[in-house]
Design a protein around this ligand. Structure first.
Ligand SMILES: [Fe+2]
Ligand SMILES: [Fe+2]
Length: 221
């Protein structure tokens, strides 16, 4: 391993790949939405892009990408407290010689990613929250039968497209969601996703931005 932590090493680490694969298999059996490579990569790319668009350094972008890629790996153990187990697994899986401020910042961002009652502690943590909580894709749902899925999954299934757009000049992060209202109503979306929307707003504020929410072109926030 090199003396600094890189995304490429994390991405190519066989132990991490195994954990992600196992997690996703277990989640599939439980009927939970996709939580493997797809979610890890998609959310990591969004986190990286948010920081890139706001002019953060390449290294901060990479650390956010690493943290976000690893954020749900603790689901391999249990969904309960998986934020904290993910952080511990991350620390265990990397070489101890890499330990230092950057590694600990990544671990802290991972460990706090489900805490909706607290502002994310850093730009890395904020980017992670935005990457994670905006990955609302219908492809992540495992069943085609809308009568068999719970309301949370139903809302996700109704999301045709979710876009995170950053306007650096105006310090605005726009979350644009296209909902198929034949599957669920806009109210259903708010009922299920209000807390996650507020979490995204907190994260945007940490990045010194306002969050704007558009659903089917209508501005709600
Ligand atoms: Fe999580
Ligand atoms: Fe996640």
């Amino acid at each position: 391993m090199s003396k600094i932590l890189t995304f490429e090493e994390i991405r190519n680490n066989p132990e991490i790949q195994t954990y992600l694969e196992f997690t996703d298999k277990a989640f599939a059996i439980m009927g939970y939405k996709e939580h493997g490579q797809g979610h890890a990569l998609r959310s990591a790319t969004t986190a990286e892009n948010v920081l890139k668009s706001l002019g953060y350094s390449a290294r901060e972008q990479e650390l956010a990408r690493i943290a976000t890629y690893m954020h749900d790996i603790g689901n391999m153990v249990s969904i309960h407290s998986h934020d904290q187990s993910s952080a511990v697994i991350f620390l265990n899986v990397i070489d101890e010689t890499l330990y230092g401020d950057e590694v600990f910042a990544v671990a802290t961002a991972i460990g706090g990613h489900e805490d909706k009652n607290m502002d994310p502690v850093s730009s890395i943590a904020a980017a992670l929250v935005l990457g994670d909580k905006t990955d609302v894709r219908r492809e992540r749902i495992r069943t085609q039968d809308m009568f068999l899925i719970d309301k949370h999954s139903l809302v996700i299934a109704a999301c045709r497209k979710v876009e995170v757009a950053v306007n650096k000049e105006k310090s605005i992060i726009k979350l644009k969601i296209d909902i198929d209202t034949s599957i669920c109503s806009v109210m259903d979306y708010f009922e299920i996703f209000m807390s996650r929307t507020i979490h995204c707003k907190r994260a945007a504020n940490v990045l010194k931005c306002d969050l704007e929410l558009y659903i089917n072109e209508d501005k709600f926030l």
